[in-house]
Design a protein around this ligand. Structure first.
Ligand code: ZN
Length: 209
């Protein structure tokens, strides 16, 4: 069946010339297949980022702005950690993927650039840095309750099949999210096992006493 969303991935944006900026590839959904999800306002975006940050347990502050950027960018300006996004891009992504998780993953990726210190580097977007931010996004999305599929869907829309000088290909990026999600999930499993072990030991000692 023909997909109702036809995505034309155009060109890759490299902010290297600007320094201290991480940007994502551009996508151009030509048709939307669902309007059941509410449009994401600046307030919504701020809430998404606040949720991501609180999930990590950190107290980082980010300045979120709508702007005339091609897609979304994380950068540091006058010591302020900012994320500037094109509202059309964000909403097109949500509609195309028919999932808010796709947008949450993208914001988590940008937060990852900040938290991993990428925006202090002069190199701009580089494949290994992108994978670190993707891994972080997968880790956070698992904590926020997204399934593995919900966590990786974003890559169907923002990642090109083949990598570029700035961004890895879709398969590597999906794997990075997968790895982050699995690492987070293993922590949950491990914490649960520890709890059961403690519970069992307590019961055993209780019985012995
Ligand atoms: Zn990035």
């Amino acid at each position: 069946m023909k997909r109702t969303t036809l995505i034309l991935l155009s060109f890759m944006v490299c902010l290297a010339s600007f320094g201290q900026g991480m940007s994502e590839p551009v996508l151009k959904p030509t048709r939307m297949h669902s309007f059941s999800l509410n449009r994401i306002s600046l307030d919504d975006a701020e809430q998404i980022v606040a949720d991501i940050v609180s999930t990590t347990g950190l107290k980082e502050k980010f300045l979120l702005r709508e702007g005339r950027v091609k897609n979304i960018e994380a950068s540091t300006k006058r010591k302020k950690q900012q994320i500037i996004y094109n509202p059309e891009f964000i909403n097109n992504l949500q509609y195309a993927a028919n999932s808010r998780w796709a947008v949450i993953a993208l914001f988590a990726h940008e937060v990852g650039h900040h938290i991993k210190g990428h925006t202090h580097k002069k190199s701009g977007s580089r494949p290994h840095l992108e994978l670190e931010a993707d891994e972080f996004a997968g880790y956070v999305l698992q904590k926020m309750g997204a399934s593995l599929e919900e966590s990786t869907i974003v890559m169907q829309y923002i990642a090109t099949y083949k990598g570029s000088k700035t961004h890895p290909g879709r398969s590597d990026r999906t794997t990075a999210i997968h790895n982050g999600w699995t690492r987070s999930n293993n922590e949950v499993v491990s914490a649960n096992s520890d709890f059961k072990l403690v519970e069992l030991n307590t019961r055993t000692s209780g019985t012995a006493n």
